[in-house]
Design a protein around this ligand. Structure first.
Ligand code: C2E
Ligand code: MG
Ligand code: MG
Ligand code: MG
Length: 288
C-alpha cells in the first residue's frame, strides 16, 4: 500500500511538474513575443525632496502590458528574463524608453529631472556598458547626468574589482550611480567605501517599521549617517505614512520615494503630476 501511495504521489508530482514546466515554457514564449511586439512600458515614481515638497527626480519601473493578463509586475518576469538570456534585450528597451521620455520632457521645456533606471545583475559584467550608454545618450542628445543607474549590492559584490572599474568609467562619463536596496545584500563596508556611487537607497524593509523606534529605526539612522559620511545622497524607498516620512526627515533623510507621495504612474499621469505637483499628500508629509 505504501508503495502504491508512493507511486501515486510520484505521478502527482510529475503531473504538477509538467504543468509547471508547461506554464513556464508558455511564459518564455510570450516573453520573447512581448519583446518583439513592444509590450513593455515604463511607469514613473517621483523622488521628492520633503523639505520643499518638490519632485527632484523619478524612477522608471518596467511593466509588461500583457494582452490577456493585463499589467504584469517586474517581479513576475525579470528573474525569468535573466535566466533565459532575454534580460539584455529587455534592458535595451527600458533604456531606450527612458531616454525617449527624457528627450520628450526636454523638448517640452520641462525643468531637468534625473531619471533612475534599474540595471540587471549581469550588466556590469559587460565592459562595453559605459561606451554603449554614452552612445545612447549622444543619440538622444542627452547629458549622461540626466540618467541615474540603480544597482544592487549583491550584483556589485560578485566581482568587486571588475565592478569598480566599470562603475569608475560610468562615473567619469557623468552618469549618476545609485546603490539600490541597501542593507539587504551581502556587501561589506570595506567594499562600500571603494564603490564610486553618488546615491544610496535605504531598502523599504528598514523603512516600514522606522517610526516604531525599534531595531529598524536604529539601522535606518545608521545607514543615513553612513551614506552622508561617505558623501552620498541618501534616498528612502517605500515611504507610505507621514510618520515614516517625518522620522526620516528629522534624521536628515529628506529625499524620499513611496506611495505616500505617489505610486509609479504611466507617463501621461506622471506628467500631470509634474504639472500639478504632488499635491496635499506632499504638503502633509513635509508639514509633519
Ligand atoms: P526596486 O528598484 O527596489 O523598486 C522599488 C519597488 O517598490 C517597485 O516595485 C515600486 O513600485 C515599489 N514601491 C515603491 N514605493 C512603494 C511603497 O511605498 N510601498 C510599497 N509596498 N512598494 C513601493 P516594482 O515596480 O514591482 O519593481 C520591483 C523590482 O523589480 C524593483 O525593485 C527592481 O529591482 C526590479 N525592476 C523594476 N523595473 C526594472 C527594470 O526596468 N529593469 C530591471 N532589471 N529591474 C527592474
Ligand atoms: Mg530601484
Ligand atoms: Mg529599491
Ligand atoms: Mg527594493
Amino acid at each position: 500500500a505504501a508503495r502504491a501511495a508512493g507511486g501515486a504521489q510520484h505521478a502527482f508530482f510529475d503531473a504538477e511538474l509538467n504543468a509547471r514546466s508547461r506554464a513556464r515554457a508558455l511564459l518564455e514564449a510570450e516573453l520573447r513575443q512581448a519583446l518583439e511586439a513592444g509590450q513593455f512600458v515604463l511607469h514613473y515614481q517621483p523622488k521628492v525632496d520633503v523639505r520643499s515638497g518638490r519632485i527632484v527626480g523619478a524612477e522608471a519601473l518596467v511593466r509588461w502590458q500583457h494582452p490577456g493578463r493585463g499589467l504584469v509586475e517586474p517581479g513576475r518576469f525579470i528573474p525569468l528574463a535573466e535566466e533565459i538570456g532575454l534580460i539584455l534585450a529587455l534592458t535595451e528597451q527600458v533604456l531606450q524608453a527612458a531616454c525617449s521620455s527624457l528627450r520628450r520632457w526636454a523638448d517640452a521645456g520641462r525643468r531637468p529631472l534625473p531619471l533612475s533606471v534599474n540595471l540587471p545583475a549581469s550588466s556590469l559584467a559587460d565592459r562595453r556598458l559605459p561606451g554603449r550608454l554614452g552612445e545612447l545618450m549622444r543619440a538622444h542628445g542627452l547629458a549622461p547626468s540626466s540618467l541615474v543607474l540603480e544597482l544592487t549590492e549583491t550584483m556589485l559584490m560578485h566581482d568587486v574589482d571588475a565592478a569598480i572599474e566599470v562603475l569608475g568609467e560610468l562615473k567619469a562619463r557623468g552618469f549618476g550611480l545609485s546603490l539600490d536596496d541597501f542593507g539587504t545584500g551581502y556587501s561589506s563596508l570595506s567594499h562600500l567605501k571603494r564603490l564610486p556611487m553618488s546615491e544610496l537607497k535605504i531598502d523599504r524593509a528598514f523603512v516600514t517599521d522606522v517610526a516604531q523606534g525599534g531595531p529598524d529605526a536604529a539601522l535606518a539612522v545608521a545607514i543615513i549617517t553612513l551614506g552622508k559620511e561617505l558623501g552620498l545622497q541618501v534616498v528612502a524607498e517605500g515611504v507610505e505614512t507621514p510618520a515614516q516620512s517625518a522620522f526620516l526627515k528629522a534624521r536628515g533623510c529628506t529625499l524620499q520615494q513611496g506611495y505616500l507621495f505617489s505610486r509609479p504612474l504611466p507617463r501621461e499621469d506622471f506628467e500631470r503630476l509634474l504639472d500639478e505637483g504632488c499635491g496635499p499628500r506632499v504638503a502633509h508629509a513635509s508639514a509633519a
